[in-house]
Design a protein around this ligand. Structure first.
Ligand code: HEC
Length: 127
């Protein structure tokens, strides 16, 4: 009769170990940026600016300065990009044509607009 509580406690220990190893397995899964769809400012966003915007936006024609090395500071300390708020992000709105389309020659590919949107919704990080 005295052995029964011990059996139960071994059972509980086994269940606890299975539970913990399950958690450990989950945390051991690889977490690369691609798996989490984390948008990179350096590798995803700046190339869009460099390809489509910097011919006019090293402040030559108009602010903001979108050249590599300057762009992050020039768009995140004002009204151009507001982290987690696409409606208030003037630069994002200009990509949609509100109030006028940027670049002026025509809309960016949808996939690139979605990248900018995701980046803002992920906190507009300098990553
Ligand atoms: C052919 C030149 C040209 C290109 C390329 C261009 N822009 Fe512009 N942009 C302008 C001009 C001119 C203005 C000012 C007039 C206006 O607001 O429409 C402007 C204004 C803006 C503004 C508003 C500035 C303010 O303070 O109100 C934003 C934001 C902007 N551009 C973002 C972009 C982005 C992002 C790209 C690339 C996807 C881009 N532009 C490409 C010429 C350009």
């Amino acid at each position: 009769m005295k052995k029964k509580p011990r059996l139960i406690s071994w059972g509980a220990t086994t269940i606890l170990m299975l539970f913990l190893s399950g958690c450990f397995y989950d945390e051991g899964l690889p977490e690369t940026p691609d798996d989490n769809n984390v948008v990179s400012y350096e590798f995803d966003i700046q190339p869009i600016f460099t390809n489509h915007c910097t011919s006019c936006h090293p402040v030559l024609v108009s602010p903001p300065d979108l050249t590599a090395g300057n762009s992050y500071n020039s768009i995140t300390n004002g009204v151009y990009i507001i982290a987690n708020d696409i409606d208030a992000s003037l630069l994002y709105q200009r990509l949609l044509g509100n109030p006028g389309i940027m670049p002026p020659s025509g809309s960016l590919p949808v996939s690139e607009i979605i990248l900018v949107k995701s980046w803002i919704e992920q906190g507009a990080l300098n990553n």
